[in-house]
Design a protein around this ligand. Structure first.
Ligand code: NDP
Length: 477
């Protein structure tokens, strides 16, 4: 039985410890399987491990290509998304800097080659990634362990992203003090986006090729269907590393996320160049998004338990998302404001600040509550919360933030997303791109997570859904 590859198995069991030739499986449903009582545990001995010890390309021959459920529209999605999304980035960046800033103008004005390519952009991009790679390997901050992998190992991760943000901020302040024209990032936006897209493609090809040399237990369960287009897109290897340097974890929160706030700062400096001082709207957008990025890096350890790290392979989807999509589309409001200044009343600004504050509060409190509960359910801040048991031994919160809706953290995130767009007024759709896209992303992500949780927790998950019927928006969805 090729235990690792079987979706049948995954749907019904939780493989929660695999070590020294022994699988430790637990029934995921509650007595749903004939002959396997709830809480039953199977021990499959070394004999059953043999199939996954073959080279992973060999192992693939023994799998049917359809035994892994495909996401994002399967092969068609995997073919179209890598074409469509990079073009979307270039389109949005181009439109945000144009006088009309109309996303409905068709056909969109095509940029010239000079507008798309500047060798300086490539130098800056590679230099930026190298700087963060250097900061990553610096012995700063603590080292944490990730979740237990299928081979029983736990990888170590440096928790020093916040230092990366601080060091980059100091360097930027120094550069500004020396008179560096940071506002030039406005002119460089399109070439930078082109380079980030090109780097994402090349890097994904590298990741795809190298994944054939790793043992099969190092592959993501959903990422080795045998269909090259889909596997390239979704990512074959779960935790690609060069030595101790974890490529996925590095890309997840550092060059792209910190790059996003640097681009924002560049837009603010461009405004200063053009108008003498930054507008209130620009300051709000910069501050809100800096808070979001700083929070993510401050709580970097939490990323170790996210779907991206635990479940998804590292392929084009995550590479492009981390390196191109996030830095160039999440901050469109700032580039929009350079060309379309907005005046904001004090009342308007106060309302927007309050909305961002509420969103941040819901987002942070709910994420912290779940993280605390998962780390130490006996901690006084979570010990009094009502929970339900699951067959895996883990419990699910049904009161507190997680009793309000099934994804209170997404609710808070969406409130913040709206607050980032509102400073741009109501004259254009473009600044609202992020909130609309993000709502679609989180609704889709929520559905993926529900599927995974139902597979993990079986009937206990259904009980949770009955107790907490709304997914993201109370009484609405
Ligand atoms: P979540 O933090 O929402 O985690 C989902 C997991 O939490 C489930 O798989 C389950 O895992 C656990 N869980 C679910 N319900 C309960 C419950 N009732 N009690 C206890 N545990 C529960 O996952 P995400 O990674 O999607 O989101 C993390 C944050 O990142 C969110 O705030 C989100 O908004 C944000 N985000 C931001 C993005 C951006 O681009 N800006 C993109 C994606 C996410 P288990 O039981 O195994 O612990």
């Amino acid at each position: 039985m090729a235990a690792e590859g079987s979706d049948w198995l995954r749907g019904r069991f939780v493989i929660f410890n695999v070590c020294r030739g022994r699988f430790h499986l637990q029934a995921a449903g509650q007595g749903a399987l004939i002959g396997i009582p709830s809480q039953s545990q199977l021990h499959l001995h070394a004999l059953h491990r043999r199939p996954i010890m073959r080279s992973n390309s060999q192992a693939l021959k023994h799998r049917s290509s359809h035994d892994t459920e495909r996401e994002f529209g399967g092969t068609l999605g995997a073919l179209c998304i890598p074409v469509f999304l990079p073009l979307t980035v270039l389109f949005l960046v181009g439109v945000s800097r144009s006088p009309d800033a109309s996303v409905l103008q068709w056909p969109p004005p095509l940029p010239s080659t000079e507008q798309l390519w500047d060798p300086l952009a490539l130098v800056l991009l590679l230099g930026w990634v190298a700087l963060h790679a250097l900061l990553y390997v610096m012995p700063l901050g603590k080292v944490s362990e990730g979740l237990v992998l299928r081979d029983g190992a736990r990888l170590k991760y440096p928790i020093n992203g916040f230092y990366g943000l601080c060091v980059s901020s100091v360097l930027l302040m120094l550069l500004l003090g020396l008179g560096a024209p940071l506002g030039y990032l406005f002119e460089l936006l399109l070439p930078l986006a082109v380079c980030a897209i090109a780097v994402s493609f090349l890097f994904s090809v590298y990741l795809y090729i190298r994944s054939f040399w790793v043992p099969s237990h190092a592959l993501a369960l959903g990422g080795n269907t045998g269909n090259p287009v889909y596997d390239f897109f979704i990512g074959r290897e779960l935790n690609p590393r060069i030595g101790d340097f974890d490529l996925k974890y590095f890309c997840e929160l550092r060059p792209g996320l910190i790059g996003w706030v640097v681009i924002n700062l560049g837009m603010l400096m461009k405004e200063v160049e053009l108008r003498g001082s930054p507008s209130l709207a620009m300051i709000l957008v910069n501050s809100f998004q800096l808070l979001y990025v700083a929070d993510a890096l401050w709580n970097e350890e939490a990323v170790l338990t996210t779907m991206d790290i635990v479940h998804d392979g590292f392929g084009f989807m995550l590479v492009f998302g981390d390196l191109a999509w996030v830095p160039f589309t999440y901050g469109l409001q700032a580039s929009f404001l350079v060309v379309h200044p907005q005046s904001l009343s004090s009342l308007g600004a106060a309302t927007i600040i309050a909305l961002n504050g509420i969103g941040y509060y819901v987002f942070r409190k709910s994420n912290s509550q779940k993280n605390q509960f998962r780390r130490d359910p006996t901690h006084p801040s979570v010990a009094g919360l009502e929970t339900i048991a699951t067959a895996t031994g883990k419990r699910l919160l049904v009161s507190g933030w997680w009793g309000l809706v099934r994804h209170p953290n997404y609710l808070g995130d969406l409130l913040m997303a709206l607050a980032w767009s509102l400073p741009c007024g109501f004259s254009h759709l473009l600044p609202y791109f992020y909130v609309v896209y993000f709502a679609v992303l989180l609704i889709h992500r929520e559905a993926r997570d529900e599927r995974l949780c139902r597979a993990k927790y079986g009937l206990a998950w259904d009980t949770y859904c009955r107790r907490v019927p709304y997914r993201i928006f109370p009484y609405i969805y």
